[in-house]
Design a binder for this molecule. Structure first.
Ligand code: ZN
Length: 77
């Protein structure tokens, strides 16, 4: 079970954010994230720096990197 920090809840009002479309689409583990790690600031684009939390930012970046890596053709047999 994830620890939910009351300070974070207070600091980042979930009503002021929305789910990150990018992460929702690409992260198979999206539903298991802490709710705040799923959110970007309302009105913000679905980019890493729009995430409300450090963990959300990092996960978003990891998805971006993974997608970039996947684009590289696997030429080695
Ligand atoms: Zn994201």
């Amino acid at each position: 079970m994830e620890h939910i920090d009351p300070f974070l809840i207070h600091r980042f009002d979930t009503r002021s954010g929305r789910l990150c479309d990018f992460c929702r689409e690409l992260d198979p583990d999206f539903g298991n994230r802490h709710p705040l790690d799923q959110m970007v600031g309302s009105g913000r684009k679905a980019i890493a720096s729009a995430h409300l939390t450090e963990d959300g930012y990092v996960r978003h970046r990891m998805l971006e990197l993974r997608r970039m890596t996947a684009r590289v053709p696997l030429t080695a047999a």
